[in-house]
Design a protein around this ligand. Structure first.
Ligand SMILES: [Cu+2]
Length: 389
């Protein structure tokens, strides 16, 4: 799809894409409900240690107009009723994407969302994992039961079950704040920062990986880093999870991902927005999820996801090969360093949105003097968006 094509062709194509997107999205909103009639029994035959994740998050608005989720509290309760507080793994600042949630098949999550935006209703609507109709995070007009967002007066609690077969990485996002009274999307507010990922690790603890070119089953616990790259219409928004210390670090826009040579790293490529993208990591191949088939690219569309594990072999770049997206700067480095213990293996954040207070970019680890950017929604594709309505 190239945007210098003739205008009417672009409009027609855009309409097909938008209609297709809306259909797929509605379908995916409905299917988890059908697939899971009962939520009561969370035991998964494969996972002897299912856990309950008690999570409190807030929806907030940043001074530059971005909206974001913020972690407030995260407790894990095991089968023996022991509680472990893992809140400190997360930053206490709002981030884009929002906090990455990590579950194992058989686990259950209770997520309470608080509205700190100060108006409207903000929600959590997820893909992939199971839930009953009251945890859809949508408006009554689409779920036929109730409005399921957190208002300024009342929080909302959602229950998700990472049932057997839900292994993978799934996007979740707001489904009420960006809706008008008619239920129509208003300017795609969810793509303005209210999105994130839930990783569901398999109960047997093993995933497929391409290790030095050879397909292998590896242990999830041997994965050194998880990289989340959220693909919006004109930027990659990154998060690094360092599995040595379990720290989640926001990497913001088009970051430099860093890993030690030969380390196992897992990429979670997710997408929100309206555009399709052609994702590549130069000179790397990986396994198509669920297969032993190799690939060196992924065409990814709205609310799709793609997860793969590879060994870090050589430094290169990741980017969106589609010309319009590459032009808007959708590229970053993947830096692989020899394990000599002197060089930091922390990934390097890209530019971040402006937060409250001028010293904030220092606080969030953005050491560059790059001005704060507001890279999504505005810009080159607005005209074609008009054509898609
Ligand atoms: Cu969705």
């Amino acid at each position: 799809m190239y945007w210098n094509a003739e205008y009417p062709h672009v409009v027609k194509l855009s309409i097909v894409i938008v209609v297709g997107f809306v259909f797929v999205h509605q379908l995916s909103s409905i299917t988890p409900v059908i697939a899971q009639p009962s939520q009561d029994n969370i035991t998964s035959s494969d996972n002897p240690f299912p856990k309950i994740h008690e999570i409190k998050m807030a929806g907030v608005e940043l001074p530059d107009g971005h909206t974001a989720y913020k972690m407030l509290e995260y407790k894990i309760i095991d089968k023996e009723n022991n509680t472990k507080d893992i809140t400190s793994r997360y930053t206490d600042l709002p981030t884009i994407p929002g906090p990455t949630l990590i579950m194992t098949e058989g686990d259950k999550a209770k997520l309470t969302l608080i509205n700190e935006i100060g108006r409207g209703a903000v929600s959590l609507h997820t893909h992939g994992v199971h839930y009953t109709i009251t945890s859809d995070g949508s408006l009554k007009m689409s779920n036929k039961v109730s409005d399921q967002g957190a208002t300024t007066k009342q929080s909302y609690t959602y229950v998700w079950t990472a049932a057997e077969g839900t292994r993978g990485s799934w996007p979740w996002h707001d489904h009420t704040f960006g809706k008008g009274t008619s239920g129509m999307n208003m300017n795609g507010v969810e793509t303005n920062g209210l999105f994130s990922t839930v990783i569901v690790n398999p109960a047997n603890g093993k995933v497929d990986a391409l290790v030095n070119g050879i397909p292998k089953k590896v242990n999830v616990e041997d994965i050194k880093k998880d990289f989340v790259l959220f693909v919006t219409d004109d930027a990659f928004w990154g998060v690094e999870i360092d599995n040595n210390n379990n720290k989640h670090t926001p990497l913001w826009v088009n970051p430099t991902l860093v890993a030690s040579k030969n380390d196992l790293v897992r990429f979670h490529i997710q997408s929100v927005g309206t555009d399709f993208h052609h994702f590549v990591i130069d000179h790397y191949e990986w396994l198509k999820p669920g297969t032993h088939e190799r690939t060196n690219f992924e065409n990814i569309g709205p609310l799709e996801n793609h997860v793969f594990t590879i060994s870090a072999n050589n430094s290169t770049s990741y980017y969106d090969k589609m010309p319009i997206h590459l032009l808007s700067g959708m590229k970053g480095k993947f830096q692989v360093i020899a394990d000599d213990t002197t060089t930091s293996t922390s990934s390097i954040p890209g530019p971040s949105p402006k937060m409250q207070g001028s010293s904030i970019s220092k606080d969030i680890g953005n050491s560059t003097s790059v001005p704060a950017t507001s890279p999504i929604i505005h810009g080159t594709t607005d005209d074609s968006l008009e054509g898609r309505k």
